[in-house]
Design a protein around this ligand. Structure first.
Ligand code: PLP
Length: 232
């Protein structure tokens, strides 16, 4: 109940306002218009009551990174778009396809196929982003395999290829990593013009992401606070 308190709502509102200010400022310095950037708030580990408060505060896009937690919150909190941003095993794809609106972490053909089958079964259409590995280590498709994966994805029933996603490597200047992402996104949209989304930037590096053309920033900690259980 503590989480549903007016105090929590005020805290979330204040944090949201601060994040909005950062996004505004980053858009201004990059010469971009604020509506080009969508704030996706990552609610992982926080209760569904927080997700509901965020919706009531006007947030339209929420994200999770684990199937079970995501499924429960998506059932409890309607009237928003639910994004799935975690590494995804193919055997969870059917479940994710039943509630997610956009999956940011598509990194291999088998996952494309599993999500497509799930979407067909659920009679839903899913947006997908191809997650790119910017250091060859974290989850994601390698840059040289991006266009082949995209060609596979655009053939998949009930999936709409919307663009790319990445997480900045820990050991690199995020501006440089996001610069490479922007180049890869341009290669993709040259072949598939409707794939124009760049999902990049988190609490610590959203400014660099917006400077490099991000259309979606995924922010957890700066809105909700520090997670007691650090997850990926
Ligand atoms: C947790 C998470 C985020 C949010 O990270 P913060 O640093 O808390 O803003 C963004 N993207 C992904 C893929 C995540 O797992």
């Amino acid at each position: 109940m503590r989480q549903e308190s007016p105090e929590r709502k005020a805290e979330l509102a204040q944090n949201l306002a601060a994040v909005e200010q950062r996004i505004d400022a980053a858009c201004q310095s990059a010469g971009r218009n604020r509506p080009e950037v969508t704030l996706v708030v990552v609610t992982k580990t926080w209760p569904a009551s927080d997700a509901a408060l965020l919706r009531d505060l006007g947030v339209q896009d929420l994200a999770e990174n684990r199937d079970q937690e995501a499924r429960e919150k998506a059932a409890a909190v309607t009237g928003v778009r639910w994004h799935f941003v975690g590494q995804l095993q193919s055997n969870k794809a059917r479940s994710v396809a039943s509630y997610a609106d956009v999956v940011h972490s598509v990194d291999r053909p088998a996952l494309v196929d599993a999500l497509s089958q799930g979407a067909v079964r659920a009679q839903r259409t899913l947006g997908i982003l191809l997650q790119i590995s910017l250091d060859g280590r974290r989850g994601g498709v390698l840059p040289q395999d991006l266009l082949a994966l995209a060609d596979h994805a655009v053939e998949a029933e009930r999936l709409v290829l919307q663009g790319v996603m990445a997480v900045a490597p820990l050991e690199e200047d995020p501006a440089e990593a996001f610069g490479r992402l922007q180049g890869l996104a341009a290669q993709l949209s040259a072949v598939h013009p409707s794939a124009s989304v760049i999902s990049a930037g988190m609490s610590g590096d959203l400014e660099q992401a917006i400077a490099a053309g991000a259309t979606h920033v995924r922010v957890g900690t700066a809105v909700l606070g520090h997670r007691s259980v650090p997850l990926r």
